[in-house]
Design a protein around this ligand. Structure first.
Ligand code: CU
Length: 179
């Protein structure tokens, strides 16, 4: 009784593995449907050692770059300059937002001049969810976006796909400072 159930469970596992690997192998040609002639060749060629080394080195390099990105490169923050009661900062849009951290005073109007230099469609729109702003940024043009952060806090802005981010940090009015 017990042995037969063990055997049947082993058989089941074996069957499942077979189905799984069978599924995997049947999926292969799907992925490489177009270069049919090359598929056979692709499997047969052994990758040369230097290629494996290069791939490994490339992977390690990417990991290092990622670490650098998160640990070393801190976002540059810039304080808005006030003129005529409006706090103004120019934000260059080129592979992201520069500066990506903008310090302003709460309760005062803010004008961000987005200077879009990056043609990638990813950056063609900028959004300020807290202010219900979704603004198109024409290429090689400066687009002004205005809002007033009434309360101190951090107000994020992102590209249309939420990939690039920046933040407006609205600070409380300091004493003795006139608006
Ligand atoms: Cu994007």
């Amino acid at each position: 009784m017990i042995t037969s159930s063990i055997i049947s469970s082993i058989a089941t596992v074996g069957l499942l593995l077979g189905v799984a690997s069978g599924g995997a192998t049947t999926q292969m040609p799907h992925k490489q449907m177009q270069p049919t002639e090359q598929t056979g060749e692709f499997h047969r060629i052994d990758q040369p050692l230097w290629l494996k080394g290069a791939v490994t080195a490339g992977g390690l390099g990417l990991i290092g770059l990622e670490l650098w990105w998160f640990l070393v490169s801190k976002p540059k923050s810039r304080k808005a300059t006030t003129e005529g009661g409006i706090q103004e900062v120019t934000v260059t849009v080129d592979g992201g937002y520069e500066p990506s951290q903008i310090v302003v005073q709460a309760g005062q109007p803010v004008r961000l001049n987005f200077d879009r230099k990056d043609p990638s469609s990813c950056l063609e729109e900028v959004r300020f969810p807290d202010f219900q702003i979704a603004q198109e940024l024409p290429l090689n043009q400066v687009t002004a976006i205005e809002f007033t952060p009434d309360q101190p806090g951090r107000y994020e802005f992102t590209c249309g796909m939420n990939m690039f981010r920046g933040v407006v940090e609205a600070q409380r009015h300091s004493f003795g400072q006139k608006a």
